[in-house]
Ligand binder design. Sequence first.
Ligand SMILES: Cc1ncc(COP(=O)(O)O)c(C=O)c1O
Length: 397
Amino acid sequence: MRIADRISNLGTETAFAVSAEAATFAAQGNRVFPFHLGDINLPTPSTVVDGAQKAIADGKTGYCPNAGIPQLREALAADLAASHNTPYEAENIVVQPGGKPTIGKFILTMMNPGDEVLYPNPGYPIYESQIEFNGGKAVPYGYVEGDANFAIDFDTIERGLTDKTRLLILNDLQNPMGAESSPEELERLAQLVRDRNLYVLADEAYFDMRYAGKSTSFVEQPGMAERTVVLYTFSKKFAMTGWRLGASVGPKEIVDVIAKINVNDESCSNHFIQYGALAGLEGDQSEVQAILNTLEARRDATAAGLNAIEGIDTFIPNATFYLFPNVTNLMEAKGLNDYEEFRRAALHATGVSFTNRLHFGREQPNEPNKYIRFAYSGIDVPDIEEGLGLFKEWAES
Ligand SMILES: Cc1ncc(COP(=O)(O)O)c(C=O)c1O
């Protein structure tokens, strides 16, 4: 079989491989405590389900406009105009089958081969994959661990900037770290973007997954709405990961190109699901709030379980559904220096399944610390407590 050369540059999301490994372990009769995947084991709100079912019954089963149904574009524009303090209109919204498609389509639209793109690492692995697949150079920037957050390491950004840097990817409310940028950090980034005339992808997959405080979008920084595409997704807020619906939000000139890519890729996003999402946006929000309440209790249980382990001290993020504990001492105490060896040893001894730093972009030379990621979106509190109790026993033995 002759596969095209360009495919050698295409990466993947290796967290799915951890999932498969955990499933195999479970199929062998073992108990698994699933902290590996950022999926949600809670039902989609009935507003969305009813809206989609009605749309099917009403015959919304044919093609629809490539950029999305006008009602959803309008409703999302109004919603985001309010939450982002930005005068978005329907023309600024192009509906996508999920949040993820915005990443590749933004890069395809804004990056020429040979251009350099700054992206967060550790970070969502699809950035690296799409940049390199499309012939760009992926230039990582990092984070430094503080007492109660991870902060962007501006030294790595300064070092990464060249006269070929064109784009910056920002994932504020960050996967895998749960990091949240301070207002000063966002200001400093915006200054850099203006000085260097960059364009920005603001991946806001977790904008609404917040338990305290208020999310502030990067587009609120002066001049940023004109040069930023926001990745919006229904996946997390409405527990709709498998429905596949999201949007790219930004300047009309960019949105129009992305709509043209839609014509070439999938024609349109699923027609009746857009009516479900519309009903979700416009309907009663109590089930959406209930999802957040459930996740908050899981966050607290996961943080408490992890922090009870000798050698682990993880901060409690106000947003996302991830914890990213530093396990440098723990790995050393267990005599395990290799990330995957450590992960498998924990899985086989305890059934606790998690991902590690290697699943979130290429490891950089001389990283001083080791980290693993716990996603608590797909596991109930009693299982969190039981699993982390076993993990503690193993870790401290
Ligand atoms: C940072 C980040 N961006 C984008 C996505 C993609 O979301 P979706 O499932 O809506 O495609 C995810 C999903 O986990 C994510 O963590």
